[in-house]
Design a protein around this ligand. Structure first.
Ligand SMILES: NC(=O)c1ccc[n+]([C@@H]2O[C@H](COP(=O)([O-])OP(=O)(O)OC[C@H]3O[C@@H](n4cnc5c(N)ncnc54)[C@H](OP(=O)(O)O)[C@@H]3O)[C@@H](O)[C@H]2O)c1
Length: 430
């Protein structure tokens, strides 16, 4: 790639595609100064070429709805996939790699589900398949793991990986809103899609965690083996109770390495107020890493949006222009092993429980007894009086206990005649 102009084919001209084009135009001279080459978009692939667009790219760029106008164009060096989803995007990426073109994508879903296949193909073809924008939007987490701290063994990685979920939880916490009302505000402000399922059920965060695990450990962690809990059933009562105990509830993505096994999941957790992740509010993302050399590092920034995400896409394009051999994952020959998984139910955390019980003598002792039988030791108990309802809330905070024992205890307790089933349970981050 020694020509003076690098030609891009950009597939997708929505939020991220527009952000990329804006940056390419605003920072044109700066990019030339850094690369000694011009970076120009030749063709843009969209679904509807007649759609009215708020931002128009510079004149001379061809709009098409046929991906072959990009893939079969010998002048196009880099294909930028910003369509999303796992169907058209997968076809486009595969065809582009087979045509020996370099690929930049922001698509976490496709990498979490088809990453191994695509990286293998790119490695055979010796093409770049770069993906900085796929996790954390503008936060440079991919390059950090691949290059900057690649000599470290990663002990743990804990993050707030979904801005929509974090925005909703922040609103629920600060304004005492219900989940439904906070979601409505997120949708009005453009932080949540009309169909918010991927964000609120933890699936988007799961896609990102799978990618981070691959980069941190060189292992393929199948998404169907990952524990994924979302935020849609979080009750404002528990957010306020958690606050009283000195915690914020956050949707956490976490992986820890324990004697060669990986323990990973997406789950809402009580985060102590003094913990750095407790302070990440609104639509922001943050990732806290612990390397065995560097110690803790936290990266914080805008996890979405046109310019932040466009900035990450642009950094990949510039990295490709600078490089001549391509290592996409930071592991030799892009070899990603199957993950050795420590099943979630055998892992230990501290826990928060909220039981709804009839207010009569002996109830607390029975609950404590059932927990004690399963080695769940109690740290704090709070019971609130409420003469209006038949049931009163009782909150238990526990010391470390295995998730399996916790689930068994909840199952038994929810069957008791004086307990209203549907006990709320969260892990506490320590
Ligand atoms: N939005 C963010 O802040 C953000 C952050 C990080 C990562 N990402 C990732 O970036 C990618 C793009 O997201 P986005 O928010 O920019 O999406 P978007 O606003 O919905 O834009 C999608 C674009 O893809 C085009 N498209 C859809 N189906 C197509 C098809 N069958 N053939 C050709 N073009 C098609 C659309 O064309 P029309 O314009 O004609 O409809 C549109 O231009 C996704 O993988 C997403 O997960 C997004």
């Amino acid at each position: 790639m020694d020509k003076n102009v690098i030609h891009l084919g950009v597939a997708g001209f929505g939020t991220v595609g527009t952000g990329l084009l804006k940056l390419l135009s605003a920072n044109k001279d700066w990019i030339y100064r850094r690369l000694g080459k011009k970076v120009e978009v030749k063709t843009i692939l969209v679904k509807d070429i007649y759609k009215k667009r708020e931002f128009l790219p510079p004149k001379g760029i061809k709009f098409t709805d046929n991906m072959h106008d990009i893939i079969d164009d010998p002048e196009i060096d880099i294909v930028v996939e910003l369509i999303g989803g796992t169907t058209i995007a997968r076809e486009l990426i595969k065809k582009a790699i087979l045509a020996k073109k370099h690929v930049v994508t922001a698509n976490k879903a496709i990498l979490a589900e088809n990453g191994r296949e695509l990286f293998e193909l790119a490695s055979i073809q010796n093409t770049a398949l770069y993906f900085e924008a796929s996790v954390g939007g503008g936060i440079p987490i991919i390059q950090t793991l691949k290059e900057n701290i690649s000599g470290n063994k990663i002990k743990s990685l804990t993050g707030i990986l979904n801005g929509t979920a974090n925005f909703i939880l922040t609103k629920m916490s600060q304004e005492k809103l219900t989940f439904e009302n906070a979601l409505k505000i997120a949708q009005e402000k453009g932080f949540a899609e009309a169909d918010p399922t991927l964000d609120i059920e933890g699936i988007d965060a799961a896609h990102k965690l799978i990618i981070l695990i691959m980069l941190a450990y060189g292992q393929n962690y199948p998404i169907n083996k990952l524990t994924i809990e979302g935020i849609s059933s979080i009750d404002p009562y528990d957010i306020q109770m958690a606050k009283e105990f000195g915690y914020n509830i956050k949707l956490i993505g976490q992986v820890k390495e324990r004697s060669g096994y990986l323990q990973a999941g997406i789950f809402p957790a009580l985060v102590p107020n003094k913990h750095m992740l407790a302070k990440i509010d609104g639509p922001f993302n943050a990732i806290l890493l612990e390397g065995n050399g560097v110690g803790p590092i936290m990266l914080y920034g805008q996890g979405a949006g046109d310019l932040p995400t466009g900035s990450a896409v642009l950094s990949d394009i510039m990295a490709i222009v600078r490089t001549t051999t391509y290592n996409n994952t930071g592991f030799s020959n892009d070899l990603i092993e199957e993950a050795k998984i420590l099943e979630d139910r055998y892992t230990s955390y501290c826990h928060y429980f909220r039981f709804q019980v009839e207010d009569r003598p002996g109830v607390l002792a029975i609950l404590a007894g059932i927990m004690g039988e399963r080695n769940i030791s109690i740290a704090q108990v709070v019971q609130r009086q409420n003469s209006q309802n038949k049931y009163v809330p009782v909150v238990f905070l526990t010391h470390k206990a295995q998730l399996k024992n916790v689930k068994d205890a909840i199952e038994e307790i929810d069957k008791l005649s004086f307990v209203h089933p549907g006990t709320k349970h969260y892990r506490i981050l320590t």
